[in-house]
Design a protein around this ligand. Structure first.
Ligand code: GCV
Length: 681
């Protein structure tokens, strides 16, 4: 009941976006009758609590006259799966588990909210992946690495104590459950050892207790050097028996407090984090030692493959080189967590070769929901099309055990969260769509980007068909547009250092690692542009399956969108499209700017359908995005022109900025912090 009261009070507030896609409709509609079979209504076990949440969600949000029965059935599909069947006004939601019933309830509510209510017959849904996990890069002092939505909702800024804000955590749990997310890593992968101290574990147990009835398990990122860093041992060598015993005892302590604890996420020997390599040990030796500690309790280890040594000839090749030889050697409760592409969450990357090549070791994708490299929570960029692109390549070129999501062999999937204590959770109303899209795709990767966009809009912004079509159209074009005005044709990592917001293809402070500088990636010179990863260059193409490698290696067959990722192309070289590189590059940047301007103009046309508060907030972002697109276009073209020595093509608009100014003033990112939740009325 406390939950319902909270929901109702939020519904009465001004439209500041806080309600996400969970807007009220029924509000305990007396015409809707909800019953359940097989659960004791007063039982306190978790499953009964989950079913009661499902029932209260239906009562609060179904506005139609329906008799809804929740039914637990041992023969129902998959543990989280459900069937919804309808005869007349009688609807049955059946599942083998309480969480399945909760997902079924949210699915029915979504049908009503998106005007796709089941009229008769039945639908069955089973998630593609059993583990659908958010990764929070939240630090114990409340800051969030790459967070653009305020401070952590878990960790306090007042003396490193975890949030006791139970109502907020209930809202968080509910939003995640409504889109099928069933796990959350509460702290940054750059992990403080302190998270494993008893005080913090007790606080973690408190969060776990709140999330549990919503079917969400809690995980922690750990610091590999914890046994040493916490002062218990003099080493963290994974082959040292005292170290293994330390982790076993720590696992016992955790599971005594949190019996359904999910496991550990590990960033090891990456960007200065400690790992088994510090002791001359392999990733397998490190991961398997931890895996043995959590195995008795059913825990897992998500071992990240994001590794690159300083100044190697090709950073994009390194994870494959380090992990491929280890395929098959990991314990069966270890999953390799791999970013979608081989460098680092760039606006566009080819799929990471490990997805296509690992045969025996389970591999899970890590997607970045927070827009580190996609305009933070300022640019409105809808990420579903980008993630679908990766899934499509996986499906097309994958071989072996991890063949494809469609075969339902994906063991797990992670999304780096964009949530903070901003009143609208994500720092911008449109960025909520990426949290939503992550959940929906993790549940069912076959859902189209169009469907996800439409579901999101009709549950959040407007149901008006014309306005919905306009907004959906600009959302669906937004990723391609962003790639075009930031780094088209496979260009990558040409950002300002540090915050990764604006363009600085020239960024090169003295003493910085070469592989942290844009010039390492764009390779502009008097001959041309792009990183030669063909067999004549670094040979990175060879990390892909043969059919794909051949295509990527061939200038004429390589998709234009990846051309400069894999080839160093002459400025005047004619591309398969008939134009030369310079002309094509200029055309792409111009297209990006035109698109961004069009988004701002189209948004202005939906004014009457959107509440003024969100209309203005979203509109100001579209305006800013269009201005930034010009900045990006001018910065990149004027900078690269120094190498191409070619004029802008005829008809191309004159630059609005000059290079000297662009290099002197950095594109600012202030003024775009959304109000935090303490400002809730
Ligand atoms: C959490 C990139 C980001 C870092 C991040 C790292 C990672 O380098 O810029 O902020 O650290 O990736 O994924 O571990």
């Amino acid at each position: 009941m406390a939950t319902l009261l909270l929901i109702t009070s939020v519904a009465a507030m001004a439209d500041n976006g806080h309600q996400l896609w969970l807007r009220q409709t029924g509000l305990d509609n007396p015409a809707c009758n909800v019953t359940q079979k097989a659960f004791n209504p007063t039982a306190t076990d978790i499953e009964s609590q989950t079913v009661r949440i499902a029932m209260s969600e239906l009562l609060a949000r179904i506005s139609q006259k329906l008799n809804i029965q929740l039914e637990k059935r041992a023969d129902a599909p998959g543990s989280d799966g459900f069937t919804i069947s309808r005869r007349g006004s009688n609807i049955t939601i059946s599942s083998a588990s309480g969480t399945g019933l909760l997902y079924g309830a949210f699915a029915l509510i979504r049908m009503q909210a998106t005007d796709t209510m089941l009229k008769g017959g039945s639908v069955t849904e089973v998630p593609a992946s059993p583990l659908r996990i958010l990764n929070h890069w939240d630090n114990l002092n409340g800051t969030i690495e790459r967070g653009y939505a305020g401070r952590s909702i878990f960790w306090s800024d007042k003396g490193e104590i975890i949030s006791q804000n139970a109502p907020l955590l209930v809202e968080y749990a509910r939003a995640n459950a409504s889109i099928g997310i069933n796990g959350t890593v509460l702290n940054n992968v750059n992990a403080s050892p302190k998270v494993l101290t008893t005080d913090y574990l007790k606080q973690t147990a408190h969060v776990a207790r709140i999330l549990r009835p919503y079917g969400i398990k809690v995980y922690l990122s750990i610091n590999f050097a914890s046994p040493k860093a916490l002062g218990d041992l003099t080493t963290a060598d994974p082959l040292d028996k005292d170290v293994a015993a330390w982790w076993k005892a720590k696992a016992k302590e955790i599971y005594d407090l949190i019996p359904d604890f999910g496991g550990f996420l590990v960033k090891a020997n990456s960007e200065g984090e400690p790992g088994p390599g510090d002791y001359g040990r392999t990733h397998v030796e490190g991961a398997n030692m931890l895996a043995a500690a959590v195995k008795p309790y059913g825990g897992i280890i998500m071992w990240r493959a994001f590794v690159y040594a300083a100044n190697s000839p090709d950073r994009a090749k390194q994870a494959y080189e380090e992990f491929m030889p280890l395929d098959g050697q990991f314990a069966d409760n270890v999953i390799l967590q791999v970013k979608n592409g081989p460098v680092d969450f760039q606006p566009r990357e080819p799929i990471h070769p490990l997805f296509l090549s690992m045969k025996k070791t389970p591999v899970m994708p890590e997607w970045q929901i927070t827009q580190e490299y996609l305009g933070h929570s300022i640019h409105n960029v809808f990420l579903a099309p980008m993630w679908k692109e990766m899934l499509d390549d996986w499906r097309t070129y994958g071989t072996g055990a991890n063949r494809s999501f469609a075969d339902m062999k994906i063991p797990a999937i992670a999304g780096v969260s964009n949530i903070g204590n901003s009143v609208n959770w994500c720092g911008s109303d449109m960025a909520q769509a990426n949290w939503y899209a992550f959940g929906r795709l993790a549940w069912n990767p076959a859902i189209s980007s169009e469907k996800i966009a439409q579901e999101f809009i009709s549950q959040t912004l407007t149901k008006d068909k014309k306005a919905l079509a306009v907004i959906s159209d600009i959302m669906l074009r937004s990723h391609e547009a962003c790639v075009s005005y930031m780094m088209p044709m496979g260009l990558h990592h040409i950002f300002a250092g540090g915050h990764h917001y604006g363009p600085e293809p020239w960024y090169a402070p003295r003493g910085t690692r070469e592989d942290w500088l844009p010039r390492y990636y764009h390779r502009a010179d008097s001959v041309g542009l792009g990183f030669d990863r063909t067999m004549r260059g670094t040979g990175a193409v060879a990390e892909y399956p043969d059919e794909m490698a051949k295509k990527l290696d061939d200038f004429n067959l390589c998709p234009e969108k990846y051309l400069l990722w894999f080839h160093h192309v002459g400025w005047q070289q004619t591309l398969p499209n008939g134009k030369n590189l310079w002309e094509t590059l200029c055309a792409k940047y111009d297209e990006g700017v035109r698109e961004a301007e069009d988004f701002a103009a189209k948004w202005a046309t939906v004014k009457q359908y959107i509440d003024p508060e969100r209309f203005a907030a979203i509109g100001s972002r579209y305006d800013r995005q269009a201005k930034d697109a010009w900045w990006w276009r001018d910065a990149c073209l004027l900078y690269f022109q120094q190498f191409s020595q070619m004029p802008l093509p005829e008809g191309a608009p004159a630059p609005r900025h000059n290079l000297a100014d662009l290099m002197r003033f950095h594109l600012a990112i202030d003024n775009y912090t959304a109000p935090d939740m303490s400002k809730l009325p």
